[in-house]
Design a protein around this ligand. Structure first.
Ligand code: MRU
Length: 360
């Protein structure tokens, strides 16, 4: 991956040519090793999602769509009820791999609907329809990311300093990405931004993935520790914050990688616009507010030892390791989707978005 288009068009998740496996880039090995993994069983798919080998809300959804399709192909049953029973068990298993990114259940529910709305068809025909659906989920995400990138680019100008947290680039989505999409698109148009990438403790997505993608694409990126966001804002180096999202509630509260809400609080303090960028598939109207969003808790060893040569805390020390936090809607300047940009009051603009009435 050595130039802009190689970065923006990377195949991070795809179906194998014979349609029996899902192929992903192992994101846990980046930036040092680019290794592709071939996933063929329910356990391999579950582990790849749980261990963040494939990660980022939209990429998880795409992987789950392909994943449930290849598992459906493996079901031997010929009658609908037995087929559906096995399909549902596989779906529920994949769905339990990570709780916060709604794109996982969104994609799996879409695939299940294909099954339940074609009961009269043969199992073979249903499996063919599942193939069409999982490919459509991927194709749609490519289009959504492009549209989000265009809307996002309209919010910034050449030379701006942009702060981002975690990774919402091509590795986390398909093609340009969401929060990073406008920066890649701007680069294509000859624009130059100065991007500050939070390293994003504890799993270092900002260091390992965001600074890697931007740097390989020739975009000016400066890696900072999470606790340095305040000083770069105070220095006047940041004109906007762009972050991705894992689930957005109906009132605009947005769950994203742990630390995002702290960035939003700082941005408010320094009067810097704070934008959340994500596809409408990340908006979950069944969550009225952020309080309804389940926050994933992860292994304390990710804090104590994962990226160190030896443990940095005593074994007996307790750790609290939430993978996400919720940014209150009052801290968000705008939510950039493929259908347009929602502005406060978000409960109204998000509602208008789903009625097809919002036009940026
Ligand atoms: O735990 P991760 O790495 O899957 O968390 C990812 C994020 O929080 C991203 O910012 C979010 O999924 C948006 S990706 C376009």
């Amino acid at each position: 991956m050595n130039n802009l288009s190689e970065v923006t068009h990377i195949d991070n998740v795809k179906l194998s040519d014979d349609g029996t496996k899902v192929i992903i880039i192992d994101q846990t090995k980046l930036p040092n090793i680019t290794e592709y993994l071939t996933l063929g069983t329910d356990k391999e798919l579950y582990d790849a999602i749980y261990e963040l080998k494939v990660r980022g809300a939209p990429a998880i959804g795409i992987c789950a769509g392909y994943g449930i399709y290849i598992l459906a192909r493996q079901i031997k049953a010929n009658d609908y009820n037995s087929f559906y029973e096995e399909f549902k068990a596989a779906k529920d298993y994949l769905n339990s791999s990570r709780p916060t990114a709604v794109n996982l259940s969104w994609a799996l529910n879409r695939m299940e609907k294909v099954v339940t709305s074609h009961k009269e068809k043969s199992v073979k025909e249903i499996v063919s329809l599942l193939e069409v659906e999982c490919k459509a989920i991927h194709e749609e995400d490519i289009k959504m990311c492009t549209a989000i990138s265009e809307y996002g680019l309209s919010l910034i100008k050449d030379g701006d300093g942009i702060l981002t947290h975690c990774n919402a680039g091509p590795l986390a989505t398909s093609r340009y990405g969401t929060a990073l999409g406008p920066l890649f698109l701007g680069k294509e148009h000859g624009m130059n931004f100065k991007v500050f990438s939070d390293e994003t403790r504890p799993l270092l997505q900002g260091a390992r993935l965001t600074s890697y993608e931007l740097s390989k694409a020739g975009i000016d990126v400066t890696l900072i520790c999470d606790n340095m966001a305040s000083i770069v804002m105070k220095n006047g180096w940041i004109q906007a914050c762009f972050v991705g999202c894992d689930r957005i509630a109906a009132n605009g509260d947005a769950a994203n990688k742990i630390g995002t809400s702290g960035v939003a609080i700082l941005a408010k303090h320094y009067g810097i616009p704070f934008y959340v960028l994500g596809p409408t598939s990340t908006i979950d109207l069944s969550c009225k507010t952020g309080d309804d969003i389940e926050i994933e808790l992860r292994d304390p060893n990710e804090i104590k030892e994962k990226f160190y040569k030896e443990p940095m805390a005593l074994k007996e020390v307790k750790c609290y390791n939430p993978a996400f936090d919720v940014t209150d809607h009052s801290l968000i300047t705008g939510i950039v989707t493929e259908k347009g940009i929602c502005y406060p009051p978000f409960h109204e603009s998000i509602n208008a978005l789903f009625q097809g009435k919002l036009c940026f």
